[in-house]
Write a protein of this length. Structure first.
Length: 424
C-alpha cells in the first residue's frame, strides 16, 4: 500500500481536486485560450435571461443540504471518538488469559462507527465549497487526505505519540501532515489486523516496535487512534464555524460588497463542487483502479485493486453511493426541508431544458442502483469480473457527460479547469 505514498501521480490528483473546487480557476465550456494554446480569450458566458430565483436556490442548498450535512458529520465524528475511546479502554484493561470477546465486540463497534462517520463525510466530499477549498484544501485533507495516504507515516506517528515527543519537541498532531491524521489514518489503525509496520525502509522511531508485545502494539495503536479521532472532531468543529460565515456570504451573493459580485457567480461555486462526480468518482475512484488510467500496477489496461478507496474496510462501494446521493441532493434540492426543494433541476426547467434535468436525474438514479446491486467489494469485483466495474464507470460517465455539456451550456455556467477538454 505504501508504494504509492509519495508518488507524483497522487499529488497531481489532489492538486487537480483543489483546482476543481476553486472558484477562481474556471474556464468556459467553449474552446478558447486554454485549449491548444489559442490566443483569443473566450468571453465569459452570459447568464440566461429568466425569472429563476438563484438566491433561493443558494439559500436552499446552504440551509437545507450543506449545513445539515456538515453538522451531522460533526455529530458522527464525536461518536467515533467516543467509540474508539471505549474500545481503547477495554484494550488497556485486557489481561492475557481473560475472555477477549468484549474487546473484540468493542472494536467491531468502533469500526461500525467509523463507517457511519466516513459515509457521512462522503456526502460532504461533494460539497467542497469555501472552507474546504482554501489554503490548498488544507481542512479537507486534514479530515480525509485520500487518495494521498501514508500508512508508513501513521506507523511512525503511533510511536512518536507513544514517546510523547519528536526530537525532544512535544508531540502535537496539528503540526503533522494530513497523511498521518484523518479518517484514512483511523481506518488503518482500527482495521489493520497485521501488527507489523508497512514501511519499506528502516525508520529510527520504529526500531523498538518489534520488541513490543502484541498487546502493547494494540494499545499504542488505539491510543493514537483516539488522538486522531479527537483531531477529526476539532476539524469538524472548525469546518462548521467557518461554514457559518461562508454560508451567509454565499446566500448573499450579488449583494453590494459580497465576494460574489453576481448571484450567478455563487451558483457557479456550487456547480464547481458537483464536478467531484467527474474527476474523483468517475476518474480516481473507478477508472484508475479499473485501468482506464495508469496506476501503481502499471500502464493503461492494468486492473489494480490496490488503488481502491478504503481497502482495509472494503467499504468503497458505500462511499461511491454516498457521493452520488450527495450529488443527487444538490441537483434536486432535496435536503432537510421537504417543503423546499429548489435545485438545479428547477433552474434547467426554467430555461426550457427539462430534457437535461430529466436525463441527469435518471442517470444518477441508474448509477446508484447499479452500485447498490454489488454483492462483493469493489476490489473483489475488479479481481473477479472487471467488466461489472466498467459498466458502473459507464453509468457514472453518463452523469458527468451531461454535466460537462448540456448542464453547463444551458445555465451559462463555467466549467472547472480540471474538466475542460476532458472528453473521457
Amino acid at each position: 500500500m505504501n508504494r504509492r505514498n509519495n508518488s507524483m501521480r497522487q499529488l497531481a490528483v489532489v492538486a487537480a481536486l483543489t483546482s476543481l473546487v476553486a472558484c477562481s480557476e474556471s474556464s468556459s465550456s467553449k474552446a478558447g485560450s486554454e485549449f491548444g494554446g489559442g490566443t483569443t480569450p473566450t468571453p465569459p458566458p452570459t447568464p440566461p435571461t429568466n425569472t429563476f430565483n438563484q438566491q433561493a436556490l443558494l439559500a436552499n442548498i446552504v440551509d437545507n443540504i450543506i449545513t445539515p450535512t456538515y453538522q451531522a458529520f460533526e455529530t458522527q465524528a464525536v461518536a467515533q471518538q467516543q467509540a474508539i475511546s471505549d474500545y481503547c479502554g477495554l484494550e488497556k484493561d485486557f489481561t492475557t488469559g481473560d475472555d477477549r470477546q468484549p474487546v473484540t465486540n468493542s472494536l467491531t463497534a468502533a469500526q461500525a462507527q467509523w463507517l457511519t462517520t466516513i459515509n457521512q463525510w462522503q456526502l460532504a466530499e461533494v460539497m467542497q465549497i469555501g472552507p474546504l477549498t482554501v489554503n490548498s484544501s488544507t481542512l479537507r485533507n486534514n479530515i480525509y487526505s485520500w487518495p494521498v495516504v501514508s500508512t508508513c507515516g501513521v506507523d511512525q506517528d503511533v510511536m512518536f505519540y507513544r514517546a510523547g515527543n519528536i526530537n525532544s519537541t512535544p508531540y502535537e498532531i496539528t503540526n503533522r501532515t494530513a497523511t498521518r491524521r484523518g479518517l484514512d489514518a483511523v481506518e488503518y489503525l482500527i482495521y489493520n489486523e497485521s501488527l507489523g509496520v508497512s514501511c519499506t525502509t528502516d525508520k529510527p522511531i520504529l526500531a523498538t516496535w518489534p520488541d513490543l508485545s502484541d498487546q502493547d502494539k494494540r494499545i499504542a495503536r488505539c491510543n493514537f487512534a483516539t488522538e486522531v479521532a479527537s483531531d477529526i472532531v476539532n476539524s469538524a468543529k472548525t469546518l462548521n464555524q467557518q461554514w457559518s460565515a461562508y454560508g451567509a456570504t454565499l446566500k448573499a451573493a450579488g449583494e453590494a460588497g459580497n465576494e460574489f459580485a453576481d448571484v450567478h457567480d455563487g451558483v457557479n461555486a456550487v456547480s464547481d463542487a458537483l464536478f467531484y462526480v467527474d474527476k474523483m468518482v468517475k476518474d480516481t475512484k473507478i477508472a484508475t483502479p479499473l485501468g482506464l488510467f495508469s496506476n501503481e500496477c502499471g500502464g493503461v489496461g492494468s486492473v489494480c485493486a490496490t488503488e481502491v478507496e478504503s481497502q482495509l474496510s472494503a467499504k468503497s462501494v458505500s462511499h461511491l453511493i454516498q457521493n452520488l446521493k450527495a450529488f443527487q441532493q444538490i441537483f434536486t434540492g432535496q435536503g432537510s426541508d421537504s417543503a423546499n426543494t429548489i435545485g438545479f433541476d428547477d433552474y434547467l426547467i426554467d430555461v426550457n431544458d427539462k430534457a437535461t434535468s430529466d436525463a441527469i436525474i435518471a442517470a444518477t438514479a441508474q448509477a446508484i442502483s447499479d452500485l447498490e446491486a454489488y454483492q462483493i467489494s469493489l476490489g473483489e469485483q475488479l479481481t473477479q469480473d472487471p467488466n461489472v466495474v466498467e459498466n458502473t464507470h459507464g453509468k457514472v460517465k453518463a452523469v458527468s457527460d451531461q454535466l460537462k455539456t448540456d448542464f453547463i451550456n444551458s445555465l451559462a455556467l463555467k466549467l472547472p479547469a480540471t474538466s475542460a477538454g476532458d472528453n473521457d
